[in-house]
Design a protein around this ligand. Structure first.
Ligand SMILES: [Zn+2]
Length: 124
């Protein structure tokens, strides 16, 4: 596979950005208030006084959704890793786009017959 000079420059930038990532945590984090399971707790009162807000970290583990409630200090510790994960995903998507562009420019690939609805768009 051969890349144009412009594509190589973009790949070097993506590599450098990925190399600067030290830790990454997957999933989504939401800040929200909650009710507990105790029926006589203030969170079930009128008006309800909810617990929190806390940070709810949700991710998939072996195909199942797992949630952990994080206190502010842990969230602050992990925040960079959550941001890094999003950044790494975006960088990988960029790398994929460049690579798809590169193979579409290769007649050995682009002249192959395309099947199915997920086929990549023809190059412009
Ligand atoms: Zn409660």
């Amino acid at each position: 596979m051969s890349l144009t000079r412009q594509q190589k420059t973009a790949v070097r930038r993506i590599e450098a950005a990925l190399a600067s990532i030290e830790a990454a945590l997957p999933g989504t984090v939401l800040r929200r208030e909650t009710r507990c399971g105790r029926a006589n707790c203030r969170c079930h009162g009128d008006p309800p006084q909810l617990h929190g807000p806390y940070w709810w970290w949700t991710r998939r583990v072996d195909g199942k959704t797992v949630t952990k409630i994080l206190p502010d200090d842990l969230y602050e510790d992990y925040r960079q890793a959550f941001d890094n994960h999003r950044r790494a995903r975006a960088l990988l998507a960029e790398l994929e786009a460049i690579t798809l562009q590169a193979i579409e420019a290769d007649p050995r690939y682009s002249q192959r017959r395309t099947r199915g609805p997920t086929a990549p768009a023809k190059p412009r």
